[in-house]
Design a binder for this molecule. Structure first.
Ligand code: AMP
Ligand code: ZN
Ligand code: FE
Ligand code: FE
Length: 279
């Protein structure tokens, strides 16, 4: 039995529908998956139905963009209640920030003489939680860039001309929101942050675990974060962070998290009085 606890659909910047993603997971033999779309839980209802039809266990989740000491961190909220009222209110605010940011990015592109229209990005995104990958795909679709990497390298990477900093919730507030919605707060892909110094502070603020296994972590990074998780007595998760096709094939299947880690997560949720049985 194995799981993938980090997946995106077209409810944020993934390209698969919940049904397509559930189908891929099922064909690859996954028994459990979590949906972690950026700053939204809107795909969870459809994913729950799609997983139930395939007799897979589904964990409702999200990936919140937060900030600690000026650095961006991504916090996974796992096993949260996707109908929790304040979670819906707060994520709607983050989605508004994302939408406003698309207009600003397009405006900066236009000032550079790049003729992209915001409607083109929104039509392609077709979701309430748009992000830079949608702008990148629009630049490719319009023939302005050859591929997404070129779009990020020329325009969208940090400090490039169309990069717009985004208001982020503090990590402490994001962790509190995840807990209030019944979830566990996990630091996503710590190996991509290149800054472990925030980890003790995040744990003081209530962080429950580290995503030790991730498609962009090498073996050394996985081992490093496993040892940190042991040192700090926090939980371990893992996931592919699949956004759809990536350089010809999807990332789903690259991480097969042993189910024993899911059991430990469920025990923690149950110990807090939450219901971990969400299939
Ligand atoms: P945003 O949340 O709008 O700042 O966009 C962040 C997203 O962009 C993350 O999901 C990354 O996986 C994605 N991303 C960053 N760099 C690239 C790249 N070179 N090609 C494709 N996606 C990227
Ligand atoms: Zn993403
Ligand atoms: Fe992330
Ligand atoms: Fe992600």
């Amino acid at each position: 039995m194995f799981a993938d606890l980090h997946l995106h659909t077209h409810f944020s910047d993934g390209t698969y529908s919940p049904e397509e993603l559930a189908g891929h997971a099922h064909r690859l033999g996954f028994g459990t998956i979590a949906l972690t779309d950026h700053d939204t839980v809107q795909g969870c209802a459809r994913m729950a139905v799609a997983c139930a039809a395939l007799q897979m266990e589904f964990i409702p989740a999200t990936e919140l963009t937060a900030e600690i000491d000026g650095d961006e961190v991504h916090l996974l909220g796992m096993f949260l209640n996707p109908t929790h009222p304040r979670l819906l209110v707060e994520t709607a605010k983050y989605q508004k920030v994302r939408t406003d940011r698309i207009y600003e990015m397009v405006s900066r592109l236009n000032k550079q003489g790049v003729p992209l229209k915001p409607e083109v990005v929104f039509k392609l995104a077709n979701c309430q939680s748009p992000g830079r990958p949608h702008v990148a795909r629009a630049l490719v679709q319009e023939g302005i860039c050859r591929n997404m990497d070129e779009a990020f390298d020329r325009f969208l990477k940090k400090h490039r001309v169309a990069w717009v900093p985004k208001f982020k919730v503090s990590a402490g507030d994001a962790i509190a929101l995840i807990h209030e919605a019944g979830g566990l707060a996990i630091l996503a892909h710590p190996g991509l942050n290149r800054n472990d110094s925030s980890i003790p502070k995040l744990i003081e603020e209530g962080l429950d675990g580290l995503e030790c296994f991730h498609s962009k972590h090498g073996d050394a990074a996985s081992q490093h974060y496993l040892s940190l998780a042991e040192k700090y007595h926090v939980l371990v998760t893992g996931g592919s962070d699949c956004h759809g096709m990536s350089k010809g094939k999807p990332l789903i299947g690259t991480i097969k998290l042993p189910y024993s880690y899911v059991v430990a997560l469920k025990e923690k949720v149950a110990s807090r009085g939450g219901s971990a049985v969400v299939a």
